[in-house]
Design a protein around this ligand. Structure first.
Ligand code: C5P
Length: 229
C-alpha cells in the first residue's frame, strides 16, 4: 500500500491501452481510478490487471439507483477487492445507507464515497437542473446528508472543501477531481492546482488528463507528489 494522495484517472477505452499506460507508471506512488468507459468495455478484468501492477483501485461507477440495486452493485464491487467505491449523494439517504450496509456485510471493505455535484457544473449549468438551493448550498446539503448516511467522505471540487470541512467530522474524506497543473480550457469548470487542493484540505486528488496526456506520466506523478508533500 502506498501513501500517495494522487489518484490517476485511467480514462482509457481498452485494457490494451490501459496496460501501455500502466507500464509507464509502474512503481509510482499513486492510486488509480477506473471509470465508466473502461469498466463498460472491459469489466472486472481491468481491476485484476491493475492489481497485477500493484496499484489500488478507485472504482468510479457513481451508482445512482434504487437502494436494493445499489446495495447489490456495491457488494459486487467489494468482492472485486477495490480500495474505494462511490455513489451519487443525490440518490438519497436510503440509497446511501443501503450502500453502507452492503460494505459492512462484505469481508473486504472499501472506502465508500458520495459524489455531491459534478465538478463539470458551473453556476449556470447547475441552474438548469431546477434545484431550489444555490450550487454551494446544495453541495453542503449533500455533504451533510452523505455524512449522516454513513459515507466515508465525498467527491467535490477542491474549492468547496474549506466551507464544508468545518461542518463534518474530522476523518471525513474529501476526494477532489478538477485538478489542473497549468492554465487549461476544457470541460472541468471548478478547478484547482494540486497545491491549492491540498492546502484547502483535500485528502485525495483525482487527476486524469494532466497525467494521462503528459509525454512522461511517471515524471508528472513525481512532480505532483513532490509539490504536495
Ligand atoms: O481528465 P480529468 O482530470 O478532468 O479527469 C477527472 C476524472 O474525475 C474523470 O475520470 C471524471 O470522471 C472524474 N470525476 C470528475 N468529477 C466528479 C467525479 C469524478 O471529474 N465530480
Amino acid at each position: 500500500m502506498n501513501d500517495s494522495k494522487v489518484i490517476v484517472a485511467l480514462d482509457f477505452s481498452s485494457i490494451d491501452e490501459t496496460e501501455v499506460f500502466l507500464k509507464k507508471i509502474k512503481g509510482q506512488n499513486c492510486k488509480v481510478k477506473v471509470g465508466k468507459e473502461l469498466f463498460t468495455n472491459e469489466g472486472p478484468n481491468i481491476v485484476k490487471l491493475i492489481q497485477q501492477y500493484g496499484f489500488e483501485t478507485f472504482l468510479d461507477l457513481k451508482f445512482h439507483d434504487i437502494p436494493n440495486t445499489v446495495s447489490r452493485a456495491i457488494k459486487a464491487s467489494c468482492n472485486l477487492g477495490v480500495w474505494m467505491v462511490n455513489v451519487h449523494a443525490s440518490g438519497g439517504g436510503q440509497m446511501m445507507l443501503a450502500a453502507r450496509e452492503a460494505v459492512e456485510s462484505s469481508s473486504h471493505k472499501p472506502l465508500l464515497i458520495a459524489v455531491t455535484i459534478l465538478t463539470s457544473f458551473d453556476n449556470s449549468s447547475y441552474q438548469e437542473l431546477g434545484f431550489k438551493n444555490k450550487l454551494q448550498e446544495q453541495i453542503a446539503y449533500l455533504a451533510l446528508m452523505s455524512e449522516k448516511s454513513g459515507m466515508d467522505g465525498i467527491v467535490c471540487s477542491a474549492n468547496d472543501v474549506p466551507s464544508i470541512k468545518p461542518l463534518v467530522r474530522e476523518k471525513f474524506q474529501f476526494i477532489t477531481p478538477g485538478i489542473r497543473v497549468a492554465n487549461s480550457d476544457d470541460d472541468q469548470k471548478r478547478v484547482a492546482t494540486p497545491e491549492n487542493a491540498i492546502s484547502n484540505g483535500s485528502n485525495y486528488l483525482v487527476i486524469g488528463r494532466p497525467i494521462t496526456l503528459s509525454d512522461d506520466p511517471a515524471t508528472m506523478i513525481d512532480k505532483i507528489n513532490l509539490s504536495i508533500n
